[in-house]
Write a protein of this length. Structure first.
Length: 111
């Protein structure tokens, strides 16, 4: 299987380009949104890491943004919780599509 990684900044057209290939796409942004909405385990980890900032489930993106704006170190705390879950979902996607010739991975860059 060939894995094509489409990486770039927010709004750079990654999803548009990924769709042009016509192969199965793993969209990390959509996966993060799903995790915030449905993954209570991640919420509990975020709440433990940022108890005064992440207080409601499902997790709201505005609360994530406020946490990062209040202290840039919070981004690292969030990443340590969310990235392993995204990687796990990506690996499941790859296994599920193992018979496909090509898959596309739409991954944002955090700089």
């Amino acid at each position: 299987m060939i894995r094509i990684g489409i990486v770039g900044d927010i709004g750079s057209g990654k999803s548009y380009v990924a769709k042009q290939f016509g192969y199965p796409i793993f969209n990390a942004d959509l996966e993060v949104a799903r995790i915030y909405k449905k993954n209570r385990k991640c919420y509990l980890k975020l709440n433990k890491a940022l108890p005064n900032l992440i207080t409601n489930f499902p997790v709201k993106k505005k609360d994530i943004l406020k946490a990062i704006q209040s202290d840039k170190k919070n981004l690292g705390k969030i990443v340590r919780v969310i990235h392993p879950e995204v990687r796990k979902s990506m690996n499941i996607f790859i296994k599920k599509n193992k018979t496909k010739k090509i898959v596309v991975l739409d991954i944002p860059l955090l700089l």
